[in-house]
Design a protein around this ligand. Sequence first.
Ligand code: MRU
Length: 349
Amino acid sequence: MKAFKIIEWLGDRIRVIDQTRLPHEEVFLELDDYREVADAIRGLRIRGAPDIGVAAAYGLALGAQTIKTDSKDEFLAELRPVGETLSSSRPTAVNLFWALERMDQVAQSGEEVSQIKADLLAEAQRIEAENDEANRRLSEFGAELIQDGFTVLTHCNAGSLATAAYGTALGVIKRASEQGKRVMVYATETRPLLQGARLTTWELLKENIPVTLITDNMAGHFMNKGEIDGVIVGADRIAANGDVANKIGTYTLAVLAMENAIPFYVAAPVSTIDLSLSSGVEIPIEERSPDEVTSIQGLRVAPEGVRAANPAFDVTPHNYVSAIITEKGVIREPYVERLGKLAIENNTG
Ligand code: MRU
């Protein structure tokens, strides 16, 4: 689906597609202020864990360009609120903090301010390029798990839009399809914000991959009828023990998959693994406005005054996860040892 770049650096600004306007309109936003980038992430115009990480890195590079001092200390002092604004945009996807941490290390280790600014931009571009490479590699590994004729269920959107790259869960499906395997997809609509209905179907139609849209509450029915061969989702954060935070409703799908003896796969780059958290209980879960639940696309569906809850993510315990597909290979239990080893290998190059 690479007709356009999901995030494009234009020299002094970034150009992104507004994901809240899809699939009806392909509207592009040009953002030249880091606060606009943070707002776009908060408002889900830029969304999906890896995409948020890449955008935040560019946001920091943009913020750095506008700082007018030659003193490194002053520069770092002015850069701090830029990082804080970006990191406060959303709490769950660890890729955001991971990317900003990488950017911070570059800023700290430089000497001349002008050089640090150039290095920050180069680092953002490296994060974007490495992310695409990781997506492609994990998709290659994941495609091995998909047999010709498989029907795969996916939730939310973990494709190019969510990654500014090839895609993770959808990358696996795309790669299997490119290999000539006949793959069919069931896409859950993903209430409350309909990333599955609006974005996943849009991407798969563009890729000519057969897709059937279902409402979230139909998944069990189709699993029980034997129509689903596997579930593949992305992730926003994976704890050291393999517990996975992903879009609300993922846990329900994992339980249903186990009940129906269907493999449940999580596809994510190593940058989504957070070894500082021993289990999923510690993962911060974003609570969004109840308006997203009481309304659908701006149309009120619930009575005025009703209380509504809106956790944006849930945690799937690792015992429901058949495998985690990363760019370093397909990881299975015991996750504690294997994820730890993998992240250490990744850091030591
Ligand atoms: O709230 P969103 O749309 O940013 O949530 C996105 C997801 O939950 C994705 O499944 C996850 O970030 C993986 S994207 C490759």
